[in-house]
Design a protein around this ligand. Structure first.
Ligand SMILES: Nc1ncnc2c1ncn2[C@@H]1O[C@H](COP(=O)(O)OP(=O)(O)OP(=O)(O)O)[C@@H](O)[C@H]1O
Length: 355
């Protein structure tokens, strides 16, 4: 009869490619069951959006075949438990806060935040999206929930809790739900801080693996409020390839790296990198220059998360009330799923580094 020790020994030769340690040392193997013709076990990954999932499963099968028996049936349950920062006390049900930032406005930060949140949800993670872009909250339009008002309920202790609006499986709150779009608000520092804290603390987010936060462009009060009051896991920087956008993105990154803020960079994403006409889907025209985002990432030692094309369907979808990632028939939705995997992977690496 095969023993659990034999199974663990075989699996101790399978390395997690991101953490460079074996699955047994990482405590990822659970629930081993052995019958005369079957070996079953679970592999607990650090995120349901793990890009290495298939690779790890194959490596486990190969290890069992090589070290134990090449003919035995193997059932592997690939599952996950998203990690969180140690001492995550302020928001104990929210495991990870991901801020999405840009230096310049209009580079597609909200589009990336919306599609990233949706793609994480499609990969099986419990996800929320907080639109903290006080100067131009656009997520209600992108999710087709403009004009809706979140319900407020009283808790047993007498506190008011705001219910996020749920759309496409993502829990959404926006500063735009509470303001009149026709009435510009002259935001002052203390008002900004109070409004942002309400969206974090007074909302009934429930349990979340990831809360994606769409920050306003630039560096300002919202950034400081979020960074100094909440345990942010990391920042995703969105830029376009033009030098003016890259120069502003550098300032944005500089702010996250300041000692008083100190938020890890999960990576840089370049949006509107090239134009692809719908009738020539294989052609790429780099109309704004090439590789600027990649060089920016390299300069700060951050991962480059990829290029997104300038295509009409992305903007049409946003205007029509859905992030394009939901549309499986659109080839670009795969790019957002892959972006979500890379961001989730970087988060897991951050946690591993801090162990
Ligand atoms: N890759 C893309 N292809 C085509 N259109 C895009 C792309 N990315 C964003 N857009 C469009 O560009 C416009 C600006 O995008 P978005 O609102 O996401 O930018 P932003 O950086 O969040 O702006 P803000 O300054 O308001 O924060 C929107 O109409 C959006 O649909």
């Amino acid at each position: 009869m095969i023993t659990k020790e034999q199974v663990l020994h075989a699996l101790s030769f399978v390395e997690d490619p991101d953490f460079k340690k074996d699955l047994v040392t990482l405590n990822m193997i659970k629930d081993i069951e052995i019958t005369p013709n079957n070996i079953r076990f679970s592999v607990v990954l650090t995120t349901p959006a793990c890009p290495m999932k298939d690779h790890i499963e194959r490596a486990c099968r190969n290890a069992i075949a090589h070290f134990i028996d090449k003919d035995i049936a193997v059932s592997i349950h690939m599952t996950s438990k998203v990690q969180t920062k140690p001492n995550n006390k302020q928001l104990d049900k929210i495991k990870n806060i991901i801020v999405v930032a840009s230096g310049k406005g209009g580079v597609g930060k909200s589009t990336v935040a919306a599609n990233l949140a949706l793609a994480l949800q499609l990969k099986g993670a419990k996800t929320g999206l907080l639109d903290a872009d006080i100067y131009g909250p656009s997520l209600p339009i992108m999710f087709g929930v403009e004009g809706e008002r979140p319900k407020a309920t009283k808790t047993a202790e007498g506190n008011t809790k705001i219910e996020p609006i749920e759309k496409f499986g993502v829990k959404l709150l926006s500063i735009g739900f509470f303001t009149d779009p026709n009435q510009p608000i002259p935001w002052r520092g203390p008002m900004v801080s109070a409004a942002i804290k309400q969206l974090f603390n007074d909302a009934d987010w429930g349990e979340l693996d990831y809360l994606v936060v769409d920050l306003p462009p630039g560096t300002g009060d919202v950034h400081i409020t979020v960074a100094q009051n909440y345990p942010v896991t990391g920042a995703v920087i969105v830029t376009t390839p033009q030098n003016v956008a890259l120069a502003d993105a550098k300032k944005g990154i500089g702010m996250f790296m300041m000692n008083t803020i100190n938020i890890p960079l999960l990576g840089v994403i370049e949006n509107m990198s090239y134009f692809t006409p719908a009738e020539l889907p294989d052609n790429k025209y780099y109309i704004f220059g090439k590789d600027g985002g990649k060089r920016l990432a390299e300069r700060f030692g951050a991962p480059f998360l990829g290029e997104l094309p300038l295509i009409k369907s992305i903007s049409d979808a946003g205007d029509n009330g859905y992030p394009i990632a939901i549309d499986e028939d659109e080839p670009i939705s795969k790019a957002f799923l892959s972006l979500a995997e890379k961001v989730a992977q970087q988060i897991s690496i951050q946690h591993q580094l801090s162990v």
